[in-house]
Design a protein around this ligand. Structure first.
Ligand code: 4AD
Length: 456
């Protein structure tokens, strides 16, 4: 209590402290700096306090507090996740000592900006690794302060940027289609519906149809937009809301589409490997990452059925797969993990796929469709050539039992100058789960939404 009477005043005789951030701090060695941030870790010793400061610029920074600095009321009260402001001198740490970036800041003045609770409500007590998943999900807003979640979110931002760069390089135009719609793309069973001024409306499942409508004006296009699926199961790879990267290409054939997909995926991987921040995170979270090599394996659906049967991968009911069966998530994952490299699974049966998919000429029960499968995740991309013929499209609506009237604006694309075209959608969280070796897509978005959870 005696010690706690010390009051710190900023020493105006010292050289003015330069406002700095942890990122780039080694450049200030020997200089006096001012830092602001959160107490990430705290070790209080008799003569020293070691604070690891997180100022959210990237790296952490070690602070050393001694002398009067640890004799104040604030010092007694200091807790993890409090915000503080400090001034001090940047020093290289001694040979053999470990600190982020090999430096520490010897603090000469500091104060608490916002005090975090101690005791029962202390941060360390609230966020525990062994807490049950639902409690942890309730505390997502605090979990996001952790090093792993931060790394995933930083990488995610870099990934989105890499997509935009890759598509910009090949002159695709980005558009922002609506999220509130009145037509479905991928079937009625996963639609979220809501009241739209008294009329029924849905949250979009895919922006594909809208992308198709601007091919005649903008040419090749893409979007990065949220998609929504009322998935009624809880799996490692299903969200109710996910970030959907979708692209659409005019005047192409199926081979062009597959080549383009390979190009985009490998180009994005290359960009992230060349990005110092992203590659550092990749090294930390997925040290065994092997960049995929072109060409990707192209596996016909019917050969995949053969593969499953030859390798004893059964259906959920224990029986063998037959041509015409949907390949369930578990079987698909087993096959992909065994093959252990990206696979382009192509030519799915028409009856398994959506109304808009183009059939293979001369093999009309099958479609020019592709799923890209990645080890540890399974399907990350779904794409296809689209029906280019008006009558065939009308037959497609009919086959799927979809009334064609609400789709008049989509059908008009086949009426006013049709062309061969195709595109795809990629689940950003799934690609991230593959990239960063995460157990579930839930770790790969800021605030995951899945059955039963839309909070916080
Ligand atoms: O295969 P899907 O349903 O294809 C479409 O929506 C097409 N209309 C896209 C297009 O051609 N423009 O979805 C595409 C991708 C999937 O491969 C998957 O990566 C992701 O979207 N996805 C999901 N990701 C997380 N949670 C879900 N519930 C997802 N549903 C699809």
């Amino acid at each position: 209590a005696e010690a706690a009477k010390v009051k710190l005043v900023e020493d105006s005789s010292k050289p003015a402290a330069i406002k700095a951030r942890a990122k780039g701090l080694p450049d200030f060695a020997g200089k006096r700096v001012r830092l602001q941030g959160w107490v990430h870790r705290l070790r209080k010793q008799k003569t020293n306090f070691f604070v690891v400061l997180r100022d959210a610029s990237g790296p952490l920074v070690q602070l050393v507090l001694t002398g009067d600095c640890i004799k104040t009321v604030d010092a007694l009260d200091l807790t993890v996740e409090s915000t503080i402001e400090v001034t001090g001198t940047v020093q290289k740490v001694k040979e053999g000592q470990n600190a982020p970036q090999g430096i520490e800041v010897v603090v000469d003045w500091w104060k608490i900006v916002g005090r975090a609770p101690a005791g029962d409500d202390a941060f360390e007590g609230r966020i525990q690794a062994d807490a049950d998943p639902s409690t942890r999900a309730d505390l997502r807003h605090l979990e996001l302060r952790g090093e792993t979640a931060t790394a995933v979110m930083r990488f995610r931002a870099r990934l989105l940027r890499a997509f935009r760069e890759a598509l910009d390089e090949i002159e695709f135009t980005e558009v922002t289609p609506p999220c509130m719609v009145q037509t479905s793309v991928e079937g009625g069973s996963t639609l979220f519906s809501f009241d739209y001024y008294g009329a029924p409306a849905y949250l979009t499942q895919s922006s594909q149809l809208y992308l198709e409508t601007v091919l005649p004006s903008l040419g090749n296009v893409y979007c990065i937009q949220e998609s929504f699926r009322a998935e009624k199961s809880l799996t490692r790879r299903h969200l109710s809301e996910y970030t959907h990267f979708e692209a659409e290409l005019a005047f192409i054939d199926f081979k062009d589409l597959l080549d383009h997909l390979e190009h985009v995926i490998t180009s994005v991987v290359d960009k992230l490997l060349q990005d110092p921040v992203a590659s550092e995170i990749l090294k930390q979270l997925n040290p065994g990452f092997v960049p995929p090599q072109k060409p990707f394996m192209r596996l016909d659906y019917r050969d995949a059925i053969k593969y499953l049967n030859e390798h004893g991968i059964k259906k959920e009911d224990g029986s063998d797969h037959e041509v015409g069966d949907d390949i369930a998530e578990a079987a698909e994952r087993k096959m992909t993990d065994q093959i252990n490299r990206p696979i382009m699974l192509i030519n799915f049966p028409k009856h398994l796929k959506s109304f808009y998919m183009k059939q293979i000429a001369g093999d009309e029960d099958y479609t020019e469709s592709v799923d890209v499968l990645m080890p540890n995740v399974g399907e990350v991309v779904g794409g296809s050539m689209r029906i280019s013929d008006y009558d065939e499209l009308m037959a497609g609506y009919k086959r799927e039992g979809i009334p064609h009237e609400p789709y008049y604006w989509f059908t008009d694309q086949r009426k006013y100058g049709t062309c061969e075209h195709g595109g795809y959608g990629l689940g950003v969280e799934r690609l991230l789960a593959w990239f960063l070796d995460r157990y579930t897509v839930r770790e790969c978005c800021l605030y995951p939404r899945y059955m039963g959870r839309a909070r916080p």
